[in-house]
Design a protein around this ligand. Structure first.
Ligand code: NAD
Length: 453
């Protein structure tokens, strides 16, 4: 069966109305949970083959998210999908107003490779929970995880409801020519633009989960030990191949030497060595070569070593970095951490404002004025004060970018809404209506209308 036929079959299946049934949705969500639990080892093996990711990291940063999502939707599906009553305004009396969430139809989810399970399955689960049919196209770059997702899903789900389509750029290009009711894309800003253009041809709405350079600011009023520990963890998790990892640090001059020492201490303590359980390798040669070029030998404060045969790059801190350096011109997406120093807090916020809006931003401080300025002045997808990355772990917070870092958001109820249409219904009584809106008009009617509206 070719993909065109599978999409047509999904569109036909959607029209049978079966996916609107909550029991149907719950049955398949439970089935997916059971398949994941039964095949946990296969999932660990595949991701380990792709980029050496440990069981521990795979569970905490991938499978736990996916399982929590299923649990959340199973628990909240009734309330999320229930019509909501709203007040009816005076000019629509006598009437009742309500909002009915409805699924969109057949949706396409395109995943990224860096958290291949979470970034493919989480949006897919939200799409199914909201009552859609779904085509999932995981990233071909993490080939083994793509294959295992395709095997487990395509062997257990009817293709007219859910289907995993394997392939690279040529297959994605082919897919993007077809008409979907929503496209949910996770990946680079460059490919996001390609997806957006293709979607526009069919007026298909999109969610674009993109990237960018996410700053972390550390001021002299921070708890430096806590800041260093959390930043080292968040930056070198997945060898820096995390869309919301702190891309670079802005450190107040007065504490910067002390802070660099603390970063060094935690990198050593966490034992991020080649081949260790704690440390992931770079996904492929292309990214490895790109990253190596960003390491300015003159500016290495810590690390800088790499092993070509194992695609391993040591956690690397660059100091004396300026905004003009190569490492500051693009999203790093690897284990290189440039540090820029500053002397005044407000000008540093203005410099961030002069760049594209990042996916995440982080501030380490106990100073409430700095917290207030950070939250109100900067625009970014989401972030933390006194931590990094962890905002993603709260399903009550929407996750998504703004400006160049993305369009739309998901997680928890926001994921359900991303794949739903909010249909408005006004139901009117057939009695008790004044004649005032109907012609023939008169000055008297107009003066009443003015009072009423
Ligand atoms: P990518 O844009 O190269 O690829 C993403 C997907 O697009 C893949 O499935 C791929 O097959 C497809 N694709 C690639 N080139 C294409 C083309 N020319 N036409 C059509 N489809 C194409 O991104 P990536 O390398 O997988 O991920 C890295 C980027 O993704 C980083 O910028 C990172 O910040 C971002 N990212 C964002 C999030 C988020 O949630 N916001 C999460 C992870 C990664």
């Amino acid at each position: 069966m070719d993909i065109q036929e599978i999409v047509s079959n999904q569109q036909a299946f959607f029209k049978t109305q079966q996916t609107k049934n909550l029991k149907f949705r719950k049955m398949y969500l439970e089935k997916l949970r059971d398949i994941i639990l039964k095949n946990e080892d296969l999932l660990y093996e595949a991701i380990h083959k792709d980029f050496g990711k440990s069981k521990f990291d795979t569970f905490t940063t991938e499978l736990s998210f996916v399982l929590n999502d299923i649990h959340y939707y199973l628990k909240n599906l009734n309330s999320l999908s229930k019509p909501k009553k709203v007040t009816t305004n005076l000019s629509n009396q006598i009437g009742k107003s309500s909002i009915h969430p409805e699924p969109l139809g057949c949706v396409l989810v395109i995943g990224a490779w860096n958290y291949p399970y979470q970034l493919s399955l989480s949006p897919m689960i939200a799409a199914l929970a909201a009552g859609n049919c779904c085509i999932l196209k995981p990233s071909e770059i993490a080939e083994n995880t793509m294959k295992v997702m395709a095997k487990l899903i395509n062997e257990n789900f009817p293709p007219e409801y859910l289907y995993v389509y394997e392939g690279g750029i040529d297959k994605t290009t082919e897919l993007l020519k077809l008409k979907f009711d929503k496209i949910f894309f996770t990946g680079s800003t460059k490919v996001g633009k390609i997806v957006y253009k293709a979607a526009a041809e069919h007026l298909t709405p999109v969610v674009l989960e993109l990237g960018g350079k996410s700053p972390a600011i550390i001021t002299k009023d921070a708890d430096l030990e806590v800041a260093a520990k959390r930043i080292v963890w968040g930056k070198f998790l997945n060898a820096g191949q995390t869309c919301v990892a702190p891309d670079y640090l802005l450190v107040e001059e007065a504490i910067h030497e002390q802070f660099l020492e603390m970063l060094r201490k935690y990198i050593t303590e966490f034992k991020y060595e080649s081949g260790s359980e704690q440390y992931t390798r770079i996904i492929n040669r292309k990214n490895f070569d790109r990253l190596i070029k960003l390491i300015d030998q003159e500016k290495i404060y810590f690390g800088g070593n790499f092993d070509e045969t194992k695609l391993h790059i040591e956690p690397t801190i660059l100091h004396n970095v300026t905004w003009e350096d190569d490492v500051m011109q693009e999203e790093i997406f690897g284990p290189i951490l440039p540090v820029i120093t500053f002397t005044h807090f407000n000008p540093v916020l203005n410099t961030i404002l002069d760049h594209e809006k990042p996916l995440a931003a982080y501030l380490f401080t106990h100073n409430s004025e700095e917290k207030e300025a950070f939250t109100s002045k900067l625009s970014f997808g989401g972030g933390c004060i006194n931590d990094v990355i962890m905002h993603l772990g709260n399903e009550r917070l929407p996750f998504g970018g703004v400006g160049a870092s993305g369009i739309g958001n998901y997680h928890g109820k926001y994921g359900f809404e991303a794949f739903s249409h909010q249909k408005s219904i006004l139901e009117k009584a057939t009695w008790g209506e004044p004649n005032i809106k109907y012609p023939p008009y008169s000055e008297k009617k107009l003066s009443w209308i003015k009072k009423l509206l």
